[in-house]
Design a protein around this ligand. Structure first.
Ligand code: PLP
Length: 354
């Protein structure tokens, strides 16, 4: 692999691990790579973390041709640094790239370069329980051109930030608000890819939920506003009458790697799990008949996020008595045991730096 490395002259002091926030502090180095039509992807390099200087006309700033990923590196009990299913993240980055007319990257090379970056930044992978190093691969359109079209040049970069335990004081069930007024994505749109504009588009409904005292938004489908899609930027699971149910990938739902991991674990444990359409009315009637056992979200940041309350129209539904249900607990423990190397996972899930 053609990877050049320029080390920083000055290394930043490590933060106090007991007060790590999310996404505010970055490591000393970053990975960069450029694209143009003549050379394709080229100049793969690790260099000091630094600003990207851009022409104000740079396309990504105006038309949002940008995609990203989010994954984590963990320090295991034996002091080894491992990644969780990173191949899936680079495969998804390329699926996002295709949808957004961005040239695909070499997934194997990107993973290899990420591992090298992590070797250089290994001191930044925290060791306190529940902490990790968050990894943000991104691709942006860089032509300085105001005409609407596909950019001819791109920048791929990866930045890293140490993050604290998501649940410092134990699980904290979230309260979610079903929005009927706004939608996240529509069939044929870009809901199934991790592209920047999806998140900008979700902010208004999120602040609406917060103004009403709720933590996150539960999104319904964009056509009938009837079927459940996701919660905030997480996938969602319901336990109804002993069966674990999650909305099937409709084209407007982001195919989460944590979602897939939960489904695979459930199958491995021989627990009934279904990917199917699930309407908000079904959730309401399951709640009314006492069959709605649990609700939880899944995503890289929180792993599993128990839901304590769902508000739909004038109705507030308390889930599992506002407490953490046994399935949320079991999936959280199983996934984090695998991520931190306490227990072996299915083949290929845990990737050491080597
Ligand atoms: C990233 C993301 C998820 C979760 O995906 P993971 O791979 O599990 O982290 C779910 N929904 C949205 C909208 C996302 O952006």
């Amino acid at each position: 692999m053609d990877l050049s490395i320029k080390k920083a002259d000055h290394l930043n002091p490590l933060p106090d691990e007991s007060c790590l926030a999310f996404g505010t502090l970055f490591t000393d180095h970053m990975l960069n790579m450029d694209y143009n039509q003549k050379k394709g992807w080229h100049n793969l390099r690790i260099e000091p973390y630094q600003p990207i200087v851009m022409d104000p006309a740079t396309m990504v700033l105006h038309y949002g041709q940008a995609i990203f990923e989010g994954l984590k590196a963990f320090r295991s009990g034996t002091d080894e640094i491992v990644l969780f299913r990173p191949q899936e993240n680079f495969a998804r980055l390329n699926r996002s790239a295709r949808r957004m007319c961005i040239p695909e990257i070499d997934e194997e090379q990107a993973l290899c370069a990420l591992k090298e970056l992590l070797r250089i930044e290994s001191r930044w992978v925290p060791s306190t329980a529940g902490t990790s190093l968050y990894i943000r691969p991104t691709i942006i359109a860089t032509d300085p051109y105001l005409g609407l079209g596909v950019s001819n040049t791109y920048r791929f970069f990866i930045i890293l930030c140490p993050v604290g335990a998501y649940y410092k004081e134990g699980f904290d069930p979230v309260r979610i608000w079903v929005t009927e007024k706004y939608v996240r994505a529509v069939p044929g749109g870009v809901g199934e890819v991790k592209t920047a504009g999806n998140y900008a588009a979700s902010l208004y409904a999120g602040s609406d939920a917060k103004a009403n005292g709720y933590t996150q938004v539960l999104w319904l489908d964009g056509v009938e506003r009837k079927y459940i899609e996701e919660v905030g930027a997480m996938n969602i699971f319901f336990v109804i009458d002993g069966e674990i149910v999650t909305p099937k990938l409709s084209g407007s739902i982001l195919p989460g790697i944590t979602r897939d991991s939960v489904i695979q674990l459930a199958r491995k444990w021989d627990v009934p799990v279904a990917e199917r359409r699930i309407s908000i009315d079904e959730v309401v009637s399951a709640h009314e008949s006492g069959k709605l056992g649990e609700v939880f979200g899944s995503g890289t940041a929180a792993v599993i996020s128990p839901v304590g309350e769902i508000r739909y129209k004038e109705k507030s539904m308390s889930i599992a008595g506002g407490k953490v249900g046994p399935w949320a607990h079991r999936f959280f423990d199983a996934l984090t045991d695998i991520q931190y190397g306490r227990k072996p996972g299915p083949d290929g899930w845990v990737v050491p730096l080597g």
